[in-house]
Design a protein. Structure first.
Length: 365
């Protein structure tokens, strides 16, 4: 493999996209880092400008994360303005195109005359390339992207694809390095869409990337390697917590950040620490649920708790350690993407031994 190794990692969140240009011949602190508005927020701003002008809107591009972008689309409709969409980006609003049409959106392959076109997609690689060129930074050929994907297949009824995905990770042994994909499962349609934008990109779930990145903090890595740790990423939209020992995940839960209070978080974390958490308990409180390794109930207590993410202030006062790998909490997921990609390249025998961000953090910690 050509040296130095260069990887552009993009951790796509609800509010920000956190970007790390890894170069193996530089210290991580000296590599290019960006925290930018996420593409759903960028797209929402562009749609609202079309709404302000009172123009018909056509959605082109591909499926992407909803949230802010979907809100802006619905606001455009509420103003009495027409919305047209190609089939791919239409699924940003809802996976079922019949439900999209029921909202008043016309699904069609081409924009009608006079409609203003807004491109949808979780990654704007052309925009990043243009921005970095001004600083004499060229993009690498290897990309790694993390998105959160609920999963969908037509005619699959009420299957909980997100839960199946998370449970499947643990059923395969729960090793963090196995949560990295060249080919995501077919039902993870958001991952599939992002990969079509960047053919050959390595894909991860945002929660798994944040957990792996947390281990790039030497304090967290040490605790996880000894008695085990609960690692919690409190994002702008979702909260993801895992019980990990070494680099093996024994249990996890996922919740909506907006539905969590400090008391709820403390309860979920304590239950996870002590081997008592259940999927039903998390789902009943409004979360996505929980998944467990068969050995979880007998794995003992996970003493240490670390928290990361842009809403980690929710946990202040609970006594949890605030992880900041390489001194930069916001890049936790991007660091995890790079670490996961390096280990994937090793498994693919691209190179016998590649650098490790976790080992590097330990050496300087």
């Amino acid at each position: 493999m050509e040296l130095p190794i260069r990887i552009l990692a993009i951790d796509v969140g609800a509010g920000t996209q956190d970007i790390f240009l890894y170069e193996s011949d530089r210290e991580p602190e000296n590599c290019v880092k960006l925290v930018l508005p996420s593409q759903p927020c960028v797209v929402a701003a562009r749609i609202r400008e079309v709404t302000r002008r009172g123009r018909p809107l056509y959605l082109a591009g591909s499926l992407m994360g909803g949230g802010a972008s979907t809100e802006a689309i619905l606001e455009h409709l509420q103003e009495g303005l027409p919305v047209y969409a190609a089939p791919g980006p239409a699924r940003t609003v809802h996976n079922d195109l019949d439900r999209v049409r029921a909202l008043g959106i016309e699904v069609r392959e081409e924009p009608p005359p006079g409609a203003e076109v807004v491109w949808l997609g979780d990654v704007d690689i052309a925009g990043l390339r243009q921005a970095l060129q001004g600083f004499e930074v060229r993009l690498p050929s290897l990309f790694a992207v993390a998105v959160q994907d609920h999963g969908y297949l037509p005619n699959a009824g009420g299957r909980e694809f997100r839960y199946e995905f998370l449970q499947g990770l643990l059923a395969r042994g729960g090793h963090l390095h196995d949560m990295v994909y060249r080919e995501p499962p077919e039902y993870m349609i958001r991952m599939q869409a992002a990969r079509r934008l960047l053919p050959g990109a390595v894909m991860m779930d945002t929660g798994a990337a944040a957990v792996l990145g947390s281990l790039c903090d030497p304090v967290v890595a040490r605790a996880a390697g000894e008695s085990g740790a609960v690692l919690v990423n409190i994002g702008n939209m979702h909260t993801f917590g895992v019980a990990v020992r070494g680099q093996r995940v024994y249990g996890l839960f996922e919740h909506h950040t907006g539905g969590i209070t400090p008391a709820i978080l403390a309860h979920l974390v304590e239950q996870l620490q002590r081997g008592r958490l259940t999927h039903e308990e998390v789902a009943a409180s409004g979360g996505h649920g929980a998944a467990f390794d068969p050995a979880y109930r007998h794995a003992g207590i996970f003493d240490f708790v670390a928290v990361t993410g842009p809403n980690r202030k929710l946990a202040r006062g609970l006594g949890y350690y605030e992880a900041a790998p390489f001194g930069d909490m916001m890049l936790t997921g991007a660091f995890g993407l790079v670490e996961g990609t390096l280990r994937l390249l090793e498994r693919e025998e691209i190179a016998p031994r590649l650098p490790s961000l976790i080992d590097l953090a330990r050496s300087v910690g």
